[in-house]
Ligand binder design. Sequence first.
Ligand code: MG
Ligand code: MG
Length: 265
Amino acid sequence: MVTVKSDEDIKWMRHSGTITAAVLAELAKNAHEGISLNDLDRIAESMIKKMGAVPAFKNYRGYPKTITVSIDEQVVHGIPNKRKLKKGELVSFDMGVYYNGWCSDSALSVIVGDDPNPEDVRLLEATKNSLYKGIEQCVIGNHLGDVSHAVQQYAESKGFSVVRDLVGHGIGRSMHEDPAVPNYGRAGRGLLMKKGMVIAVEPMINAGTHRVLCLEDGWTIVTEDGKKSAHFEHTIAFTERGPRILTLPEGASEEEEYPFPPKEN
Ligand code: MG
Ligand code: MG
């Protein structure tokens, strides 16, 4: 069942989103050579608690940590451990929190060090841009397929492939609600989107094949061909002022929060 959120609900979700955004920014800042994934997880957990929120991933279906950290060929759901980040690694952080019972979910990718491989930068930028192509379509009266199609079209136009086995999702009182939000599909098809719907759009884009495997830990998703993958995600509300990004830091500008306002006339 797809739920519709009130303005009051979305106010709480926005607050939840500021916490997720603050923690992700801190993770990105700390993603330097030599830091362990466990240390990054601890940074996230202590920040979340300090801000009065609850980690959304910890204990979700038995998941043991606060964040997921996925490196290079790992697509998503990498479990933090003693591993230390190395220069040139493409690292995707994914996390979410509950604040006052409302969930927010966001992800970003960074490259460790100041001498990134240009092809990795291209993958990262294309993934981030494909997210914004999807967000642009998060307009009342559009169909869900418009969002999916826009992500796929852009990512594939850059020569990359879209993971099919994992998708975005509705979000609210729970992290994963209806509808499923694939990163591939046909424009004009699927659910008609209404004011107050909130979805997490989260392209997972691969340098090589779109096919993925799950490691024996039961969580870590990797590319089948071992090539790199990037991941960006925002929690988006459908509003009369256009798509609203809820997972931005407190004090984000109007233009950042509503990057695609309705055109006059
Ligand atoms: Mg996420
Ligand atoms: Mg998500």
